[in-house]
Structure formats: C-alpha cells, structure tokens
Design a protein around this ligand. Structure first.
Ligand code: GLU
Length: 381
C-alpha cells in the first residue's frame, strides 16, 4: 500500500536540501568523503529529473581550526564565528565544486542575509538568480552571509534559512539532513526506548514541546529549529523530511520510498508565497492596536484595516514595513504590510478614511493594511 509520503514524494519536482555542519564535518573540519557521497546522490537525483537547491552549513566548521577555535558552534562568539566562516566558506564551496565536477555538475554560491529576503526587490532578484541557475543546470549552494550579519539581520541558523529558501524557489519538498535520525518522542541519546515518529500530520504545540529538549551533536539548531523550519515549509505547502545525513545515501533511500526519518505533511490549505513571506521573512517593525470593531472586521469578515480601527501604535516604521496587528491589549493576531509610516499613522489613526487627505495633504489609499498584504494567526511563531 502506498503511504501518504510516497504519494506526495511522487509529485516533487524541486527540492531544497539542507545540509547541517554535523553531516559534513567533524572536529577536524570538513569531511570530504561525506561531501563526495552527498554529491553522488545529488547527481542521481538530477538524473531522475529533480531540480536540486542545496543550503549548506559548514563554513564555520571548515575555518575554525585556523583560528584555534574548539567547541560547539553556539559557544563561539559572533565575531570569531564570522572570521571562521570567512576562512571556511571558500573551502566549503571548493569541496562542493570538486565533488560535483566528478559528475559533470557545476555549482554556484549564493550568500544571503535575512535583510536580503525581507526586501521584496532583493527577494525577487535572489529568486531570479536561483531560477536562472536551475535553468542552466547549475546546482545553487546557499549559505548565510556570515561575514556581514549582525543579530538583527541574521537568519540565526540554516534550518530557518532553508525554510525561507523553500519558499523563495517554491520547492515542493524540504529535506533536512541532520546528525540524528529524525524526530523522537524523547531524547534517544538518553532514553533507549525513545521512538522515532515517522509521520507528522500537523505540528502541534505538544510536538514542539517534545522537541524542545532534544539537541543534535554538532549542529547549531537542535530539533527546535528544525521543527520551526518544518512548520514554515509545510505552511507554504512543501513537505518536509528530517533524515540522518550521516548515513550514506539516505537521501536516495528517501526518494526511493524508504520510510526513514520523519516526514511532515504539507498543510492542506497552504499560504500563498507572498503571504508566507509576510508572515515569516519580514521582520515586524511595530504594532498596531485595533479596537473591537476593526478586530472583528479583519478576523471575521475578511476586511482590510482602515485608520478608524486603530487606537494605538508603537514602533517606528516606514511604508512597506511589516507590522503586528494586535487586539486592544496588545496580543498579536496577524501580521501585515503597512501603507503608511508610523509618523503618518500617529496623525490619522482613529480618523475616517475621507479625512486622510485633509490631514496629511495626500493619501496612498483608504487601507492602512490591505487584505492582500495581511496574514492572520499563522504569523505567530
Ligand atoms: N552559516 C553557518 C556555517 O556555514 C552555519 C549556520 C547553521 O548551521 O545554522 O557554518
């Protein structure tokens, strides 16, 4: 009998594969054999007609020995991590290029920051570049642009970045290669009776809580960030698999239909790519507190947000920034893109739409946040 995952996997054309540091490195640096084995699988997937985009960590792991850094990545101070990444990123790419070349494949490096993807024009540009690379049969290899990021514009971890990339290229599947076998109901390193969960239909708070305590050996994120990534990708409509990438050829076995790892089913009612971007990629710059009437109009009647429904705001934002929409007590229930700056809103909130022009001397439209630029509820992490 065909399981849900085999049916869904048979519809995949484009796949984002996230490769964790723990998969391709050990305490001495990059493990070239593992990279070679992975690239062999990538080649086979390409032969089977899949479009493959890689999101690979490993820059810090590849460069840290030069700086005499030992220990787990999250314990390394940011400037040192950035320096190590600057040393290691070219090594990482070189390793992929050499390994892919063995199979007649070309590789391209894409370095991104969260800021790049939060800006719609840069987002679309990155998307165009990726699509062009795929069209020309090149394997894009994405990593965070570690050298230039500060906390505010960091993805923080490549699990998150891989979910963003899945949305960016509209892939049908995200595969997270980890140094653990998948999601367990308790930590398998401490509990020998821990059971691997093979399929997750919906990521409930209980499942997330279960993962909270489970870390991985070398990676930065642990299970929590992997589940967050799975949640984001599945909401966008992509299935997500977490499998052990240290076991040779697991990637191929997954595509062959073996029931390995944990597979998260895509949401039945996926968000459009643009809404997903608003919910997850754009960082909110402020909050709009709505009165009861506006809250109902927005949540129950599918309306846009007008100035009359806003009774308070905080933050400093520009036109086009994301803002949180909250009830009168400040509890967030949605995210949206604002048509007006915070300075403008301070003058027109609580007023009727027809008064906007009289007060400001111009107007961009009646809506403060248009319905098409609003995501209800799922904006909560
Ligand atoms: N960008 C980092 C690196 O390449 C890894 C971040 C992560 O794995 O989450 O080393």
């Amino acid at each position: 009998m065909k399981t849900m995952r085999t049916i869904l996997l048979s519809h995949v054309k484009r796949v984002v594969i996230k490769i964790g540091s723990g998969v391709i490195s050990d305490s001495d640096g990059l493990d070239l054999n593992r990279i070679a084995t992975l690239c062999e699988d990538v080649h086979k997937l390409r032969q089977r007609g899949y479009e493959v985009i890689l999101v690979s960590s490993g820059a810090v792991a590849a460069g840290r020995a030069d700086l005499g850094i030992v220990g787990k990545p999250h314990a390394i101070p940011l400037p040192l991590k950035q320096a190590a990444a600057a040393i290691g990123q070219s090594r990482l790419m070189r390793a992929y290029k050499d390994a892919l070349r063995q199979h007649g494949l070309k590789a391209a490096q894409i370095l991104l920051t969260r800021d790049d993807l939060a800006n719609r024009r840069r987002y679309l540009n990155a998307r165009n570049t990726l699509m062009t690379l795929l069209e020309y049969d090149v394997v894009p290899i994405i990593n965070e642009n570690d050298t230039v990021v500060v906390d505010e514009i960091r993805f923080g971890d490549n699990d998150n970045l891989s979910a963003m990339a899945t949305n960016l290229v509209e892939a049908q599947l995200l595969v997270i290669l980890s140094d653990v076998d998948g999601l367990y109901n308790s930590d398998p390193r401490h509990n020998s009776s821990a059971v691997l969960i093979s399929e997750v239909e919906r990521l409930t708070p209980e499942i997330e809580a279960m993962a909270g305590l489970i870390g991985t050996e070398f990676g930065t994120g642990g299970m929590t960030t992997k589940l967050k990534a799975a949640k984001r990708a599945t909401l966008f409509g992509a299935g997500t698999a977490i499998i052990n990438g240290r076991t040779p050829h697991n990637l191929l076995y997954l595509f062959d239909g073996h029931e390995l790892g944990t597979y998260f089913l895509p949401a039945r009612d996926p968000m459009a790519a643009r809404k997903h971007w608003i919910a997850f990629t754009k960082k909110p710059k402020g909050r709009l507190m709505l009165d009861e009437g506006a809250l109902k109009a927005v949540t129950e009647r599918g309306k846009s947000l007008l100035p009359s429904g806003i009774h308070k705001l905080d933050g400093s934002f520009e036109r086009g920034d994301a803002v949180r929409l909250c009830d009168a007590d400040g509890n967030e229930f949605a995210k949206g893109v604002t048509n007006y700056t915070s300075a403008e809103l301070n003058r027109i909130m609580g007023k009727k739409t027809r008064e906007i022009e009289a007060i400001l001397g111009y107007q961009y439209g009646d809506e403060i946040v248009h319905r098409d630029n609003m995501v209800i509820d799922n904006s909560k992490e």
